[in-house]
Design a binder for this molecule. Structure first.
Ligand SMILES: C[S@@+](CC[C@H](N)C(=O)[O-])C[C@H]1O[C@@H](n2cnc3c(N)ncnc32)[C@H](O)[C@@H]1O
Length: 353
């Protein structure tokens, strides 16, 4: 009997369902650990519970609770040397991903992104009422955006956006390309990283008017103002500035329904030169919609944020490209389990007889 058959044959119990019912406890512990700068203190040498009490100012019992949770969630681990007899108290280390992304002050610190959706927590538990309300606006949370909220928002997105953008320029060869249009480019992560990597390239970040004020600040900080410009506009309406030979749209997908995304892809097709390429990067479901969970949850997030968006499958995204006229359409894994990339080429125009 295979493992799978054995699992199916086994009498069901409540373990998995209880885990799902109480999954929120893990989010809450992660937020509290970030608040207490637990992982930063561990990296800085507070590697025992006694030292953590001192460093965090928390009661010993709460440090004990927090450390137990963090150990069981594999956020903290016992160090290899903890079994050494001369150590009076066992020592802790951060798990590798925690050490890379949750130590404050480090370049890759992603605390702002990890806690970005924290204010939405109460609304997730009002989901039933929100669904019965049947409200929702075209732009959802973006309707109310101000320059200040856009700055705060992109402090969070940039903490992971630049990493994704570095992955993009390593995966996609843009040598010979001249102008990239970055739809909903936010912090400008993709445009900035792409012009830094490909010296002949220029880029235009198109985002909502309050956002591009913040975008310009990122562009200036990176010292690429001479090669990256901005346009304040709503990408769901109107034609795009061009011509361009590359269009990128990253991490906007579930904000909109199929009609809107298909419309954006069609207008991107129109602004591209023949032979140009488009990349749509986003959380996509497999065609049978059995995963990944995160893609489905970003779709549900739009209920919470009050838009009419939903998650899209890989096949649907490929369909938007094909309907627009793109060829060589393919969907590949971009960040495993998180983001996929749909790609297409605008074919040369067929000469009119
Ligand atoms: C999650 S952020 C992604 C930013 C960037 N592409 C990245 O990957 O780092 C989504 C961005 O899409 C922009 N956006 C959403 N709807 C938009 C619209 N209708 N027109 C223009 N920009 C839009 C938002 O303002 C925000 O900057």
């Amino acid at each position: 009997m295979s493992d799978q058959q054995e699992m199916t044959a086994r009498r069901p119990d409540t373990t998995r369902l209880q885990g799902i019912a109480r999954a929120y406890t893990q989010s809450a512990v992660l937020f509290a650990a970030i608040d207490a700068e637990l992982f930063t203190h561990v990296r800085n040498g507070a590697v025992t519970e006694t030292a953590l009490v001192e460093a965090t100012g928390l009661r010993p019992i709460d440090v004990n609770r927090l450390v137990s949770c963090a150990l069981t969630m594999d956020l903290l681990r016992w160090s290899d040397t903890s079994s050494t007899p001369e150590l009076s108290e066992p020592e802790l280390v951060n798990a590798p991903d925690v050490d890379a992304y949750l130590v404050k002050g480090e370049a890759r610190y992603a605390g702002p992104w990890m806690t970005f959706t924290r204010p939405d927590v109460p609304k997730w538990f009002e989901m039933t009422e929100l669904m019965r309300d049947q409200r929702g606006t075209h732009l959802g949370m973006y309707e109310e955006l101000t320059v200040e909220s856009a700055r705060k928002y992109h402090q969070a997105t940039s903490s992971i956006g630049f990493g994704a953008a570095r992955r993009f320029v390593k995966t996609v060869d843009l040598r010979g390309r001249r102008h990239l249009l970055d739809l909903g480019g936010g912090s400008g992560a993709y445009s900035i990283t792409a012009v830094e990597r490909f010296e002949e390239l220029r880029a235009t970040v198109l985002d909502l008017p309050p956002v591009v004020v913040a975008t310009k600040e990122y562009i200036e900080d990176a010292g690429v103002s001479d090669r990256v410009d901005t346009v304040g506009a709503d990408f769901t309406v109107g034609e795009f500035p061009g011509p361009v030979d590359v269009v990128v749209m990253a991490s906007n997908l579930p904000i909109y329904d199929g009609e809107v995304i298909a419309g954006v892809v069609a207008r991107a097709f129109r602004v591209l030169e023949s032979g140009g390429e488009m990349h749509l990067i986003g959380e996509m479901l497999t065609d049978d919609r059995t995963g990944p969970i995160d893609a489905a949850m970003w779709g549900m997030n739009e209920l919470i944020c009050g838009s009419l968006g939903r998650s899209h499958t890989e096949g649907e995204c490929a369909g938007y490209f094909e309907a627009a006229g793109f060829t060589d359409v393919e969907v590949t894994e971009f960040v495993p389990g998180v983001l996929s990339r749909c790609f297409g080429i605008k074919p040369p125009a067929v000469p009119q007889r």
